[in-house]
Write a protein that binds this ligand. Structure first.
Ligand code: HEC
Length: 143
């Protein structure tokens, strides 16, 4: 737990380039998990399980931009092995992998600017969320 906290702190302070391999794995998993948490908030609003809230909706897209900015540095070449679902293919195509995050960040930024109500949120969220599944299909090991 302490290790995860340290890893998360390292990400928060932008010290990701110097973190060791296991910490990179823990940090990226924590980052992805937080991203999943934001996605759950979005899904509930889209399904009507929670009332639409514009601040929260924009917050989801802001968090995606943050993830997109931080994630590429959390996949250093020495972090292929360990308790990770990252596919080895990532390091054979790191430029493409990083470009997927760049696209997710750009899409989230456009979506954040565009969303005004539940309908525009539904459309924008569905589009941006395609980035998640697309990358997981190609670069995450299914377990
Ligand atoms: C460019 C690729 C890429 C994109 C885009 C991406 N992910 Fe991931 N995600 C990964 C990889 C790789 C892993 C496996 C990380 C590991 O185990 O080291 C992962 C893991 C996860 C996990 C599991 C974390 C854990 O607890 O181990 C969740 C949840 C997740 N992603 C959610 C999301 C959501 C939601 C989005 C979109 C908003 C997203 N991801 C976008 C590559 C991506």
């Amino acid at each position: 737990m302490i290790r995860v906290l340290i890893a998360v702190a390292a990400v928060a302070f932008g010290a990701s380039t110097v973190i060791a391999q296991q910490d990179a794995i823990a940090a990226r998993k924590a980052l992805m998990k937080a991203t999943g948490g934001q996605t759950a908030i979005a899904s509930k609003m889209v399904k009507g399980e929670e009332p639409f809230d514009l601040t929260k909706a924009k917050g989801v897209f802001a968090s995606y931009q943050d993830t997109a900015a931080k994630a590429p540095a959390l996949f250093p070449p020495d972090s292929k092995e360990g308790d990770t679902a990252a596919h080895a293919r990532i390091w054979e195509a790191k430029a493409d992998f990083d470009a997927r995050f760049a696209k997710m960040g750009a899409d989230a930024k456009a979506a954040e600017a565009k969303v005004t109500d539940l309908d525009s949120f539904k459309a924008a969220f569905n589009d941006v969320a395609k980035n998640c599944g697309g990358c997981h299909n190609d670069y995450r090991v299914k377990r």
